[in-house]
Design a protein around this ligand. Structure first.
Ligand code: PHE
Length: 373
């Protein structure tokens, strides 16, 4: 028989105890009979509906009670509410709740009952973009190398042809690890500002020819805003062999841009400066959002700042001074040449997915990340 809230006349402690025990038992019996989400919803409404739900009805009784009984009634009611709220909060929690014997609710052998859908994780958009870029290079015969995020001054700067006190170091907004003053400069630790140190680490260990890509985290002392984060990701590339030319660099990076953004994009190389490459360039791709026109209908195109071109990476021919540091492992600058490049993965992901704030990648909001599932 369905439970009905009794009219209380006796407010003694004993009678209150019995009345609430009856309510709990009735609730539990109804709960045990549930076999579907629909039934659970009806059950939830029957007990919890603001207007005339059973809990509301019990609450109304409280109003009619004599003053002396109010405190005790209130306590009982809170206990009951907690008990009920737990079971009527969420269908999935209800089904998965470990506190009750599920076989009472659902015949566990009935394999025709629909399963419970569990959300499956998704690859993070930055990692997805990173993997995509790496796989473009793997198909070209590149292999993957990694290196430490906490790096020494030697690998992050010196061996990349940034001499001590050279102003080019200022461009890197470095986060240094404190308390290292007693060590020689080249041994001092810092958070690597780019993935380029792994160029040197690899050349120290592997003889030419090499073709590698280096994905990883890097840090710079940039305050977080919509387009900056003190931690971000890069992919570095390095190819060294006899007779590698700037033409090889252009062909390789043009291929990557077309694979990543579509075969219709054009690339452009503009002169730039990096201490470890000479000559150096920045590569631009024609804006794949506005098609290079700089306008989206009547609106100015924001990603390319109306220029029709987007800068996506730095690159150049490996500077002979860099080879000097690994000369003994077969990298004689008179015999080998190479190209290197480095790109920001987060920026690529922003462009690819039309995200307007880099912080969304790192603050872990499931509502954002779910969209990439
Ligand atoms: N390391 C450079 C940067 O972080 C990018 C780069 C890599 C440039 C390799 C040239 C060659 O800005």
């Amino acid at each position: 028989m369905a439970y009905i809230v009794p009219e209380l006349t006796d407010y003694s402690a004993q009678s209150l105890l019995k009345a609430f025990a009856d309510a709990k038992l009735a609730f539990r019996d109804e709960m045990r009979a549930i076999t579907s989400e629909q039934e659970w919803k009806a059950f939830r409404d029957r007990w919890m509906a603001r207007k005339n739900g059973l809990v509301t009805q019990i609450n109304d009784q409280l109003k009619a009670a004599p003053k002396e009984a109010k405190r005790e009634l209130g306590q009982h009611l809170n206990g009951l509410k907690q008990f009920i709220e737990k079971e009527t909060n969420d269908w999935h929690e209800f089904v998965e709740g470990g506190t009750r014997d599920l076989s009472v609710h659902f015949q566990s052998v009935d394999i025709t009952l629909p399963g419970i859908r569990r959300p499956i994780g998704a690859e993070h958009p930055v990692i997805k973009t990173l993997n995509e870029i790496v796989s473009i290079f793997r198909k070209l015969g590149y292999s993957v190398r990694e290196g430490p995020v906490i790096e020494t001054d030697y690998y992050n700067f010196e061996a990349l042809n940034f001499p001590p006190d050279h102003p080019a170091r200022d461009t890197q907004d470095t986060l240094f690890i404190a308390g290292q003053e007693s060590k020689p400069l080249r041994e001092r630790l810092l958070l690597r500002t780019h993935t380029s140190p792994v160029q040197i680490r690899t050349m120290e260990n592997i003889k030419p020819p090499i073709r590698i890509v280096i994905p990883g985290k890097v840090h710079r002392n940039d305050p977080p805003d919509a387009s900056h984060s003190p931690m971000f990701h890069q992919i570095e590339g390095l190819a060294v062999d006899t007779n590698i030319t700037f033409g090889d660099l252009k062909g390789t990076l043009d291929h990557m841009a077309k694979e990543l953004f579509g075969s219709g994009v054009k690339t452009q190389f503009r002169p730039s400066f990096f201490p470890f490459t000479e000559p150096s360039a920045e590569m631009y791709v024609s804006c794949f959002i506005c098609g290079g026109s700089g306008m989206r209908g009547a609106e100015p195109c924001r990603p390319c700042k109306q220029t029709g071109w987007i800068e996506i990476l730095g690159c150049g021919m490996v500077d002979p001074n860099v080879f000097e540091f690994v000369k003994d492992n077969g990298y004689d600058p008179k015999k080998v040449s190479g190209f290197a490049f480095g790109m920001g993965v987060d920026r690529m992901a922003i462009l690819k997915y039309g995200v307007d704030d880099i912080q969304l990648f790192f603050n872990g909001d499931v509502r954002f990340l779910q969209q990439f599932g």
